[in-house]
Structure formats: structure tokens, C-alpha cells
Design a protein around this ligand. Structure first.
Ligand code: HEC
Length: 220
């Protein structure tokens, strides 16, 4: 093996001196950071089973919130994102919002789905992982607190009278939130269950019943 030529050694020595003498710190370049980050993510993940690298691609509303880094968006931009996401919400085809709260409780408990080892992306395999972020039914004492408590959901929203205007409004708003939380809060961290195809219409109805059926343990 040949060592470095004399010429190369001289160049290295000059470069080392320049580094000591200069000590210039380059100004931060957010564009370069973002490119480097994307490069790192792209080289760290690969497709496996149903889990595809394309999941890392953010849509414009997620990207805007990432760029803001947790700071609130300018009001006009937040409003535009809410409007775009609101436009994706499909109300239930038959006009009925409430399914079976027992099935809803199972979905709220389940964190299954979207894993590379799952056979298909069929939404019926997915759970909602709701307890990861919310207190919900009184029996489950292991829950996360990233989102507000949903226990006594009707009463907390002063909607205990099922015929009242408040209950009707709450039903609509809750469907919109479960379908696409960014329709109400531009930078919500709550998964966009309907919009992202994580849960289907029947599953959303069952979760709705867990929160809004007066017979659900959530409201008793
Ligand atoms: C990663 C955490 C996370 C998960 C998972 C999550 N949520 Fe949320 N949720 C939130 C946050 C945070 C809020 C507060 C509003 C916002 O930021 O969008 C919220 C708000 C809500 C609200 C409005 C509460 C109120 O009193 O007005 C409802 C209803 C709700 N979530 C239901 C659900 C259901 C049902 C599931 C499961 C299918 C779920 N959430 C899963 C984080 C989460």
C-alpha cells in the first residue's frame, strides 16, 4: 500500500491550519437540515409487507405543522388547513351516527393494525388506540393523557339530553373529529381515522356510540 503523496500531506496540513485559524461555524440552514433529515429517513426505512416507506411522506397540512415545530400557525394558514381537512369528511351514508358501544370499547382498547406482519391493509384489522391518549370508560385505569378525558362525555359537553340541540351538535362535531381531527384543530396530533383509512364507517359508528350513547359506561 502506498502512503499519501507529499503533495496530499501538504494539502491536509494546510487544511488543518485553516480549520484551527478560521473556526467559522456555518450559519444554520433549515433547508439543508430538512434535506439531510429526509435523506436519513429514506435510508433508514424500507418496505416490508404492507408497511410502505411512502407512509413517511407528509401531506401539506402535516408538513406545515412540522415546519412550525410546535409554534402556532398564523391564523389564516390554520384556517385554510382546517377547511381543507373539513372538505374530506364523509358523513355516514345512512344518516345514522351511533353503532354499538361494546364494539366501540373493543376498538378503543385495540392498538392493532398497520403492522408489516398484518396480512392486508383492510381497515377492519385496525384498532383505534384511543386509550393510548384518552381516559374513556371507568373500568380501564391504564390510559394516556395526551388528549382530554372522554369519561362523562355527554355531561362534560352539557349534552345529556339526547333530544337537545347540544347533543345533536355534539354528535356532528364528534363525527368530524373522529373522521379528521385536523378539520377542527390544524395541528392536532390525533390520528385522522376516517381520512387516513384507518377505521371504516361501521367502526367509527361504534366508537361514536361508546362516547355518545346514554347507555354506554362512559355516560353512566
Ligand atoms: C395520539 C393521541 C390520540 C389518539 C390515539 C386519539 N386521540 Fe382523541 N384527541 C387527542 C388530542 C390531543 C385531542 C385534543 C384536541 C386536538 O388536539 O385535536 C383529542 C380530542 C378528542 C376528542 C374531543 C374531546 C372533547 O371533549 O371535545 C374526542 C371525542 C376524541 N379525541 C376521541 C378519540 C377517539 C374515539 C380515539 C380513538 C379512535 C382517539 N381520540 C384517539 C389525541 C388523541
Amino acid at each position: 500500500m502506498k502512503g499519501p503523496s507529499v503533495r496530499t500531506s501538504k494539502l491536509l496540513a494546510v487544511a488543518a491550519l485553516a480549520a484551527i485559524a478560521g473556526c467559522t461555524t456555518p450559519a444554520p440552514d433549515p433547508g439543508a437540515d430538512e434535506a439531510a433529515f429526509k435523506q436519513m429517513m429514506a435510508s433508514s426505512f424500507r418496505d416490508k409487507g404492507i408497511a410502505r416507506v411512502e407512509r413517511l411522506q407528509q401531506d401539506e397540512s402535516d408538513a406545515a405543522c412540522s415546519r412550525a415545530g410546535g409554534a402556532p400557525l398564523p391564523e389564516a394558514q390554520a384556517l385554510a388547513i382546517r377547511d381543507q381537512n373539513r372538505a374530506t369528511v364523509k358523513m355516514p351514508a345512512d344518516g345514522r351516527f351511533l353503532g354499538d358501544w361494546r364494539a366501540g370499547e373493543k376498538l378503543a382498547q385495540s392498538g392493532k393494525g398497520m403492522s408489516w406482519s398484518d396480512a392486508s391493509t383492510a381497515t377492519r384489522e385496525n384498532g383505534g388506540s384511543c386509550y393510548n391518549c384518552h381516559q374513556i370508560g371507568p373500568q380501564e385505569i391504564a390510559y394516556g393523557t395526551i388528549g382530554p378525558s372522554l369519561f362523562h362525555y355527554l355531561a362534560n359537553h352539557e349534552a345529556s339530553d339526547p333530544q337537545g340541540a347540544a347533543a345533536r351538535r355534539l354528535v356532528q362535531v364528534t363525527w368530524i373529529r373522529l373522521y379528521n381531527a385536523k378539520a377542527l384543530n390544524a395541528c392536532s396530533v390525533m390520528p385522522r381515522f376516517g381520512h387516513a383509512g384507518l377505521l371504516d364507517e361501521k367502526q367509527l359508528k361504534d366508537l361514536m356510540a361508546l362516547l355518545l350513547d346514554p347507555d354506554s359506561p362512559v355516560n353512566r
